[in-house]
Design a protein around this ligand. Structure first.
Ligand code: FES
Length: 335
């Protein structure tokens, strides 16, 4: 069935008249599609693209030089935390600065006060938390993909503005200008909210720092992947079994199979080097043990799924992590 938006975009049919009945669905469409338009608009901003490319050119080589640095890896969250750190830390400044708003809104004392009060303490704590959050965000930004970098950079710029406004709010609060401090604090929280919205877009719409193999369960049954004779020793080989991209590797007679799509951001592991039975992702350098998929270096925080293998009639067969339930024997009913 055609929807109202189709009618509004296409040429009018015979006897159709322009009017509220047609414009209304179009307005509704705009109302629910604005976020996609916003991301597209940001992606087209020339100055943002230039700044993003410049920053990538400056920070990319620095990151590559220090990618074995454990502090840098910890900024991602990585294998120790099992999740990215940035989204968790970002709750702190938002919560603390929202607390400032609540205290300001419920403060009925009109007398000017100098020094730092409870709201000021929350504001200062939020500024410290925002600094740590910015570091983790910058770290994640350096390992994001091209299209996401522009939106990520705008998200970071908004947060920088919010941090500046909050700093000004704290300064004026300490100086005793509480009215100005409240206004600046409210503006800071509003800008933080807008930045947080873009952060949500990156995670929930674009899947930034979300495991790319979270739903990889196929194939449900033993499935032929490659003839055994076609698999060279000590050479990563890409195969596809029921739509799942898998990397096969054979070393000293032992066979390994792991997802070929890197859990971090989708790099193809077969394009990366293998040493000591550990594969390095060619995109951002995450390392995974072939035997159990364990992360031995981030930015990936999730292990790479490992698939069981077997050899039948000259074929290498693989099976996913959730085999299909056994068919009930004839004459028996399933519970
Ligand atoms: S895609 Fe980023 S480390 Fe693999």
């Amino acid at each position: 069935m055609r929807t109202g938006s189709g009618q509004a975009d296409g040429p009018s049919g015979a006897g159709q008249q322009a009017g509220p009945a047609i414009s209304s669905p179009s307005a509704t469409t705009r109302l629910v599609a604005w976020h996609g338009d916003l991301a597209g608009w940001l992606d087209r901003l020339g100055w943002l693209r230039t700044l993003s490319d410049w920053l990538t050119g400056v920070l990319g080589p620095v990151r590559e030089r220090h990618q074995d640095n454990l502090v840098l890896e910890l900024l991602h969250g990585g294998r120790w935390v099992g999740h990215p750190l940035h989204p968790a830390l970002s709750d702190l400044p938002i919560g603390l600065w929202a607390g400032v708003m609540v205290l300001d809104a419920t403060d009925r004392d009109p007398a000017p006060r100098r020094g730092i009060d409870a709201a000021g303490m929350l504001s200062a704590a939020g500024i410290l938390a925002a600094g740590a959050t910015a570091l983790t965000g910058l770290s994640d930004w350096t390992v994001s993909n091209d299209q996401d970098r522009r939106v990520g950079l705008f998200h970071g710029l908004l947060n920088t503005v919010a941090l500046g406004l909050q700093g000004a709010s704290l300064g004026t609060r300490v100086a005793g200008h509480r009215g100005t401090a409240r206004a600046l604090g409210a503006a800071s929280l509003a800008v933080t909210g807008a930045a947080g919205y873009l952060g949500g877009h990156l995670v929930f719409t674009k899947g930034v720092m979300v495991s790319r193999v979270a739903w990889a369960i196929e194939p449900r049954r033993w499935t032929r992947a490659l003839q055994e004779a076609e698999l060279p020793d000590d050479s990563p080989t890409a195969v596809v079994a029921e739509g799942r991209q898998i990397m096969l590797y054979r070393h000293c007679g032992s066979l390994y199979a792991i997802d070929n799509i890197c859990s971090h951001a989708g790099g193809l592991l077969t394009r990366g080097p293998v040493a000591d039975l550990t594969v390095t992702c060619p995109l951002h350098g995450s390392r995974f043990a072939l035997a159990d998929g364990r992360v031995s270096r981030g930015p990936a925080s999730q292990p790479q799924p490992v698939l069981p293998t077997r050899i039948r009639n000259g074929w290498i067969e693989v099976r996913g992590s959730q085999p299909a339930p056994r068919r009930p024997a004839k004459g028996r009913t399933q519970p």
